[in-house]
Design a protein around this ligand. Structure first.
Ligand code: ARG
Length: 579
């Protein structure tokens, strides 16, 4: 129960409860009664392997334990058949009536059968992470896609999530742009435009690599900005405003929605507090004019360098703002967890930041700090994804190219041009997102346009296609064919398999949350789509004359669509009506 709202119990937990009671009644520890999905779907739907582990402790043959346990299973309406199989498995098949009821109630349940967290839990997710004055690239794409999905999965399991884009708006890149603007225009800087920023940053960044004088003036500008210099701040505000407008457009296309557009600069006012905390704990050490914290530990296998809190020129770097942001988050949200969705190249940075935070007790020990480090986006050749001429692929270009490909593949004629474009955009984005999320985030992601745009196989396009197919079935039937959405019976094996797959939804979401792995939701959605396609091929839904059967089948279509959409919503993928 959660504030008077009952959330549904997972089918495997209902089964586990029965088996646990049976183990206890047979004088074994009830913990052995855990039921899992079957590893042999040809033999059974669920299984319990507890007798095998119990055998070692109780020095009894597993088959004997299993037999005695199944003799003690309490009378119930869930299990149809339970048998013991060598070397001591307990194999379970569920009653059709129960399965039917269970799936009907998933449909009626406000949370689609996903058990809700029993205690309030707040998670801050830091993702997206664009930088002011720099164009978004494919790395930001992955952060946005993975972060948005994790946010939605956590919300679907009843957690409170705070999403923060953590804009890169405070370090040397700002100084580089400010210095270059001054060099070009002196005091008379014209009204900035996005195109100007897109051109200036790469130019200034390159120049700073060879021009020491320029680099120093950029450092000076950074320091002026951080000290609140009026003129620098004014230009900087313009830069931030322009960049954010532009970034929002692209993130909107990705359905990435943030509660906060805080930047590194917003943590600046927490730096004095950070310095106090570090001093109080005797952690701040002078080193060549800079103030640093040593974070290396005896057990370290690689060298973890000290963290520079205040540089010798008085400025705050990326490490400092990240630590200070922890103070801000603790003060504002008091989160139970903070997750950072940032690529693997920043692993050292987060190790350092987390260590400083722990040493200085900036948050309770129980607060989880996790860097979910993802791999790079590679092309089919396995190398980091580039444009045709070898440059860094900008995110908006990539999105345009998939939308164009989807547009060219579109086979429906009966729609106007603007709906066509809208549908193509959704299909393209679904293809990219699913192609990314289906793999575990820690792996590099291969961007293969052809493969992710395929209308069959494990693709986002296939999922959209199944939903569009269900829509077209529902369009063809009369309203009177469907009195209410209710599956009344199971008529075939393919239908049973579809129901079984649908019944795993809650489990998939819980596992995806616990393992921070949207890939589990992707996989379950795909399994549902495959099971539906098989059921659809075998059942002549529209021409069925038996009214009760037809109504039950149509209900199954509606329920499948509803549950598939729940999965897509969690992946931030928009379905399309037709395609
Ligand atoms: N803006 C940074 C980049 O583009 C990533 C920021 C990640 N988040 C954080 N809290 N450090 O590389």
């Amino acid at each position: 129960m959660l504030g008077g709202i009952t959330s549904m119990v997972l089918l495997i937990d209902l089964l586990s409860n029965l088996l646990k009671t049976a183990f206890e009644c047979a004088n074994y520890q009830k913990e052995y009664g855990v039921v899992v999905q079957s590893s042999r779907p040809d033999l059974c739907q669920f299984q319990c392997n507890g007798a095998l582990s119990a055998a070692k402790i109780y020095k009894t043959a597993p088959m004997n334990i299993a037999q005695s346990v199944i003799n003690h299973i309490p009378k119930n309406q869930i299990i149809k058949e339970v048998v013991v199989a060598l070397p001591g498995y307990i194999n379970i098949i569920v009653n059709d009536e129960f399965l039917t009821q269970y799936v009907n109630s998933i449909y009626c349940d406000k949370h689609n059968g996903i058990p809700q967290a029993e205690h309030d839990e707040t998670i801050v997710i830091d993702y997206g992470n664009p930088n002011v004055a720099k164009p978004l690239h494919v790395g930001h794409l992955r952060s946005a896609i993975i972060g948005e999905s994790l946010k939605r999965i956590a919300q679907a399991t009843g957690r409170t999530v705070i999403s923060d884009v953590h804009l890169g708006d405070w370090g040397l890149p700002m100084g580089l742009v400010l210095a270059e603007l001054e060099e070009r225009y002196g005091d008379d800087i014209p009204e900035l435009t996005t195109d100007m920023l897109n051109e200036i940053y790469p130019y200034a960044s390159k120049k700073s690599k060879t021009d020491e004088v320029f680099l120093n003036s950029a450092r000076k500008k950074t320091s002026e900005l951080q000290r609140g210099d009026e003129k620098s701040s004014e230009i900087w505000s313009q830069m931030v405003k322009l960049s954010v407008q532009d970034i929002k457009k692209t993130f909107d296309r990705l359905n990435a929605k943030f509660d906060y557009w805080y930047g590194e600069s917003d943590s600046s006012r927490f730096v004095p507090c950070l310095v106090d905390a570090l001093r109080l704990n005797n952690l701040l050490v002078d080193s060549d004019g800079a103030k640093v914290v040593f974070v290396n530990e005896k057990e370290d296998k690689v060298d973890i360098p000290p963290v520079i809190i205040i540089k010798s020129n008085g400025t705050e770097g990326y490490d400092t703002t990240d630590v200070a942001t922890i103070i801000q988050r603790e003060q504002d949200f008091h989160p139970d967890k903070i997750w950072y969705i940032v690529d693997y190249r920043q692993s050292l940075h987060f190790t350092q930041v987390f260590r400083v935070a722990r040493k200085a007790n900036l948050l309770p020990d129980s607060t989880e700090l996790t860097h979910l480090c993802f791999g790079t986006v590679n092309g089919k050749d396995g190398k980091p994804f580039k444009t045709r001429d070898g440059g860094v692929m900008q995110l908006s270009e990539l999105l345009d190219s998939v939308a164009e490909c989807a547009y060219n593949n579109l086979r429906i004629d009966s729609i106007d041009e603007s709906s066509r474009k809208q549908i193509a955009e959704k299909i393209g984005i679904a293809a990219i997102k699913f192609g990314d999320l289906i793999n575990h985030y820690s792996k590099d992601c291969i961007f293969d346009m052809e493969k992710s745009m395929a209308s069959d196989g494990k693709t986002g396009v296939y999922l959209l296609y199944v939903i569009a197919r269900i829509n077209s079935i529902l369009e063809k039937v009369k309203k009177s064919d469907l009195q209410r959405v209710f599956i009344s019976n199971i008529y075939s094996q393919s239908e049973r398999e579809l129901l079984l797959t649908l019944s795993k939804t809650g489990q998939a979401f819980i596992n995806a949350f616990n393992e921070k792995a949207p890939s589990i939701v992707c996989e379950n959605a795909y399994q549902i789509a495959v099971a539906f396609s098989k059921f659809y091929q075998e059942s002549h839904i529209i021409s069925e004359v038996d009214k009760v059967k037809k109504c039950s089948w149509l209900s199954l279509c509606i329920i499948t669509k509803d549950i598939l959409k729940k999965h897509l919503l969690a992946l931030a993928i928009d379905p399309v009506e037709k395609m």
